[in-house]
Design a protein around this ligand. Structure first.
Ligand code: NAD
Ligand code: UGA
Length: 467
């Protein structure tokens, strides 16, 4: 029979663990939800008025539930001990060393969480893998649990990947397209799936809760992100053709999106996709395919990443070319450092790569972003090591501004990297008159009214459009 869950422990208080558990606590007042993390700093932030992540709608939910049935703590062992169900929401970054370096996901955090669960547990538990992992990771988790458990303690391992996108996480969690739960095809496995389904069904329609076998669930997560990333690379490849021919990528996207088989979403050509997951998960799939001796499959998906790198490079090449083939010592203003709007997250942000390429050309970079922590921009993101390869003193080349108008003063060019709404309504006449002439704008997000800018006097270049 399916166990009724009363206590949940979530290991990992990050972008996934925090918002997911806040929504579970909101919708299930009778369940106690404890979110735990190794990082005391992160837990302290969750317990403060200044949450560690910026996500529209999150503050209100945390305020309502925190101290009632939602708790944030560094006492990992106690939370595991009390729980009937444990979510593993730790990070699974691309490996930076050893076998599979730069491609395989690093599973050390998953393994240490699993070992901790095995060590601490004195009662049966459902262990839910929510982090994104390679196919068959649940098998490793099960083996670690079963080789280390106390006598009589039983575990069920489920795969329940998360599909939320940053910036819209709360809405995605409240109204998911589907909830996917993979488990063992045994009576115990089915009961565990039922226990977890009973949590989601408090606010998600039953027909949207999909049960599969464990490996289908794990692969579906990688497949979903690969298909989404592929759509962006596909439309970005079209943007290159548009710029060379006079076709307009927005018109092309609209025209193909009207085909109900293609659909209108996720067809916005851009300077390239960023974020902590698309690249990591496609690389995960590529590595998995290689390990399964499927080199053609690996090459197919690897091209999605190649196209993304090409898009960023192509964008910067266009900037340098338009600025008379030299940006050396020129002030170039970057609008937007987050990897997309409505988040302060900069992991794998295309802005980072663009700044790096421009610094290679000895440009002076000024950056304005409405949400990103200035420290993080200056130290160029602890999550990525891309900058460190340049071997130069980054701080000499980068200045952070609190005002877009100050950032653009005396600049030769403005480069739109993130599609923040506020960039649409800035006073571009004021900006224009403060800049070096001729003043350029490079719109990497199809965000601005290009005709209006040209009328002001700007020289405008935009992704996917020959202006
Ligand atoms: P994150 O880095 O924001 O959070 C992970 C947290 O886990 C960190 O705070 C870290 O300190 C903690 N941690 C690591 N090992 C631990 C341990 N042994 N015990 C306790 N805490 C530990 O990561 P995230 O963005 O929340 O992503 C988590 C997982 O979810 C990844 O696998 C990711 O691919 C997946 N995912 C992320 C998103 C997203 O939008 N960010 C969406 C869907 C899925
Ligand atoms: C993505 C997926 O959308 C989520 O379903 C998934 O759960 C998540 O990855 C994950 O596994 O981490 P996220 O990266 O937060 O979510 O944000 P997206 O909205 O997917 O945007 C990713 C990148 O693609 C951004 O840089 C965005 O600007 C870019 N993008 C998106 C485009 O360039 N064009 C588009 O049409 C859409």
């Amino acid at each position: 029979e399916a166990v009724k869950i009363k206590n949940i422990c979530c290991i990992g208080a990050g972008y996934v663990g925090g918002p997911t558990c806040a929504v579970i606590a909101l919708k299930c007042p009778d369940i106690t939800v404890k979110v735990v993390d190794l990082s005391k700093e992160r837990i302290d932030q969750w317990n403060s008025n200044n949450l560690p992540i910026f996500e529209p709608g999150l503050d209100d939910i945390v305020k309502e539930c925190r101290g009632r049935n939602l708790f944030f703590s560094t006492n990992i062992d106690a939370a595991i001990h009390e729980a009937d169900l444990v979510f593993i929401c730790v990070n699974t970054p691309t490996k930076s060393y050893g076998l599979g370096k730069s491609r395989a996901p690093d599973l050390k955090y998953i393994e240490s969480a699993a070992r901790r669960i095995a060590d601490i547990s004195t009662s049966n538990k459902i262990v839910v893998e929510k982090s994104t992992v390679p196919v068959k990771a649940a098998e490793s988790i099960m083996e670690i649990l079963n080789s280390n458990h106390k006598p009589g303690v039983q575990f069920q391992v489920l795969s329940n990947p998360e599909f939320l996108a940053e910036g819209t996480a709360i809405n995605d969690l409240l109204n998911p397209d589907r909830v996917l739960i993979g488990g063992e095809e045994t009576p115990e496995g089915r009961n565990a799936i039922e226990s977890l389904s009973n949590i989601y069904s408090r606010w998600v329609a039953r027909q949207k809760i999909v049960a599969t076998n464990t490996w289908s669930s794990e692969l579906s997560k990688l497949a979903a992100n690969a298909f989404l990333a592929q759509r962006i690379s596909s439309i970005n490849s079209m943007s290159a053709i548009c710029e060379a021919t006079g076709a307009d990528v927005a018109e092309v996207a609209h025209a193909i999106g009207l085909d109900s088989r293609i659909g209108p979403k996720f067809l916005v050509a851009s300077v390239g996709f960023g974020g902590s997951c698309f690249q990591k998960d496609v690389l995960n799939l590529v590595y998995l395919s290689e390990c399964l001796n499927l080199p053609q499959v690996a090459a197919y998906w690897n091209q999605v990443i190649e196209m993304n790198e090409y898009q960023k490079r192509r964008f910067v090449d266009n900037i340098v070319h338009a600025l008379f083939n030299t940006v050396c010592d020129k002030k170039i203003t970057i609008f937007g450092f987050a990897f997309k709007k409505d988040t302060a997250d900069t992991r794998e942000s295309p802005s980072i790569t663009i700044c790096k390429y421009l610094i290679d050309e000895c440009a002076q970079i000024s950056i304005y972003d409405p949400q990103v922590d200035p420290e993080q921009m200056l130290h160029l993101n602890t999550h990525t090591h891309k900058y460190t390869h340049t071997g130069i003193d980054i701080e000499k080349y980068i200045k952070i501004y609190k005002s877009p108008y100050e950032a653009a003063k005396k600049a030769h060019a403005i480069v739109i990297c993130t599609e923040w709404d506020e960039f649409k309504t800035l006073d571009y006449e004021r900006i224009y008159s403060s800049m070096c002439q001729p003043a350029h704008i490079f719109d990497g997000r199809q965000l601005l009214d290009h005709k209006y800018l040209i009328d002001i006097g700007f020289r405008v270049e935009a992704i996917g459009k020959n202006l």
